[in-house]
Design a protein. Structure first.
Length: 146
């Protein structure tokens, strides 16, 4: 049995492997970083540690919107570093079996950050490869849609 952490952007559900998620915080004030990549919203202070906040919308080239006080920050660990991902909300933890998973490379025209798709009882969930997503989001030179 595999465990996923499911989050939302608009009405679409996405997931990370649960092992990559540290915890979820309510949205806090984000300090902007001048001249940072557009996918970086800024930094926050979490118990004395300065953590970079990524805008998942920009990483995924989705239409952007202002951060809302009802949004959440998903603290994740990648490459030994803690980062935060801004999301609209979370749906919690979901379990899936290997027969309920389609690998990203098996799906035509799949973006490189997509690890695969989980078939859950309440619908499909797109699973991120967190490392590749953040690499693509911070190196993507194309302007995201408005």
């Amino acid at each position: 049995m595999n465990r996923l952490f499911v989050l939302r952007l608009d009405r679409q559900r996405y997931a990370l492997r649960l092992r990559d998620v540290e915890r979820v915080l309510r949205m806090v004030e984000i300090t902007a970083l001048p001249e940072a990549h557009p996918s970086v919203l800024g930094v926050i202070n979490v118990q004395g540690s300065v953590i970079t906040v990524f805008d998942l919308r920009r990483c995924l080239q989705l239409p952007t919107r202002e951060v809302d006080s009802d949004d959440v920050l998903v603290l994740t660990r990648t490459g030994g570093a803690m980062v935060a991902l801004a999301a609209d909300g979370v749906d919690g933890v979901a379990n899936w079996t290997d027969h309920g998973f389609v690998r990203g490379e098996e799906i035509r025209s799949t973006p490189p950050y997509l690890d695969g798709v989980a078939k859950l009882p309440d619908g499909l969930v797109l699973i991120f490869d967190l490392e590749r997503l953040l690499q693509m989001g911070s190196s993507n030179s194309a302007s995201p849609p408005p």
